[in-house]
Design a protein around this ligand. Structure first.
Ligand code: MN3
Length: 306
C-alpha cells in the first residue's frame, strides 16, 4: 500500500515535470521559429534609422502670448509626432524607400509606390513642413528682415508691409487646412504661394524660404475661428535670422544650378521625358540613379533628416 502510494506520487511528479517541460518548450518554440523571419531586415541593419521627431528648439511657452504653450505642446508632441510615426509606418511597408530622403520622395511622388503615395505625401510633407516651422519661429523675435532678404522682398512686393499683407491674404483665403509660403522659384525670384493640407512647395520645384501653418490645430485653442488675428500676431515670432539663412542658402544654390534643371522640377517635362519610368518598380538604387532632377543639395539637409 505504502509502495503503491510512493509509486503514485512518483508518477505524478514525473508526469508534472514532463508536462511543465512540455509547456515551456511550447512557449519557446514559436519564438525560436519566428526570430529570424519576424524581424524586418531594417531592424537588423544599424545604418538604417527611422525618421526622428526633431526636438522643439525652445520651451512650449516661449512664443507666448502670440502662440500659447498648450497649442505648441499639442502641435509638436502630438501632431508632428503623428506625422513622423505614420511616415515611418509607410516607409516600413516598402523597405526599398528606407534611406531615401523625404525631399527626394516628395519631389516626384509618382515614383513612390501607389499604395503608400498618399501617406508619404501627407506625412512626409507634414514632417518636412513642421521641421522648418519650429526653426523659423523664436522667442523675442519678429520685427523685419534685413540685408539681401529685405532688398528682395522690397523689390518683389514694393515694401515689407505689402508683402505681409499679401502673405496674410494668401493664408486667410486658403480654404480648409494648409500652408502659406514665401518661396524662391526656379527663376530665383520670391513668390507667395499657398498649399493644401501638408503639400510642400518642393513638390512644385519651389524652395520654401518661410511658411505659416494655417491648419486650425496651429491656432484654434487660442484664436478659435479668428485665423486673421493669428496670421497678424504670427509676425511677432518670426525668426528672421533663420529665414534669412534659408533665403541666402536657396539663392546660393539656385545660382549654381542651370535654369533648365530647376525648371524641369515643376514642369511636365520630366515625366514626359522619362516616359513610363513612374510605372517601374521602385528600388532605392533605382530611385537614386534615375531621379536626379533637382540635386538634393538645393535643399537644406536639416530639412530632411533621412
Ligand atoms: Mn501643423
Amino acid at each position: 500500500m505504502r509502495k503503491s502510494l510512493q509509486q503514485q506520487i512518483s508518477f505524478f511528479l514525473v508526469t508534472g515535470i514532463a508536462f511543465l517541460i512540455f509547456l515551456v518548450s511550447c512557449q519557446e518554440m514559436p519564438q525560436a521559429q519566428q526570430s529570424p523571419s519576424a524581424t524586418p531586415p531594417s531592424q537588423t541593419d544599424p545604418t538604417i534609422v527611422p525618421v526622428q521627431l526633431p526636438p522643439l528648439p525652445y520651451n512650449y511657452d516661449a512664443l507666448e502670448p502670440y502662440i500659447d504653450a498648450e497649442t505648441m505642446m499639442v502641435h509638436h508632441d502630438r501632431h508632428h509626432a503623428t506625422y513622423v510615426d505614420r511616415l515611418n509606418e509607410a516607409i516600413q511597408q516598402n523597405p526599398d524607400l528606407q534611406g531615401v530622403s523625404v525631399v527626394t520622395m516628395l519631389q516626384d511622388l509618382n515614383r513612390v509606390p501607389e499604395a503608400i503615395r498618399t501617406a508619404i505625401r501627407n506625412n512626409g510633407g507634414g514632417h518636412l513642413n513642421h521641421t522648418m516651422f519650429w526653426q523659423i519661429m523664436a522667442p523675442n523675435a519678429g520685427g523685419q528682415p534685413t540685408g539681401a532678404l529685405a532688398e528682395a522682398i522690397n523689390s518683389t512686393f514694393g515694401n515689407f508691409d505689402t508683402f505681409k499683407q499679401q502673405f496674410n491674404q494668401a493664408g486667410s483665403s486658403r480654404f480648409g487646412s494648409g500652408w502659406v509660403w514665401l518661396v524662391l522659384n526656379s527663376q530665383g525670384q520670391l513668390q507667395i504661394v499657398s498649399t493644401a493640407n501638408q503639400d510642400s512647395p518642393i513638390m512644385d520645384g519651389l524652395y520654401p524660404v518661410m511658411g505659416n501653418d494655417v491648419w486650425e490645430h496651429a491656432y484654434y485653442l487660442k484664436y478659435q475661428n479668428r485665423r486673421v488675428e493669428y496670421l497678424d500676431n504670427w509676425w511677432n515670432v518670426v525668426n528672421w535670422t533663420e529665414v534669412d539663412r534659408r533665403f541666402t542658402q536657396a539663392k546660393g544654390l539656385q545660382a549654381q544650378l542651370s535654369t533648365r534643371r530647376l525648371q524641369a522640377v515643376s514642369s511636365q517635362e520630366f515625366r514626359q521625358a522619362n516616359g513610363t519610368a513612374e510605372r517601374l518598380p521602385i528600388t532605392c538604387a533605382y530611385y537614386q540613379q534615375q531621379s536626379p532632377v533637382v540635386p538634393s543639395q538645393l535643399f537644406d539637409p536639416t530639412d530632411h533628416p533621412l
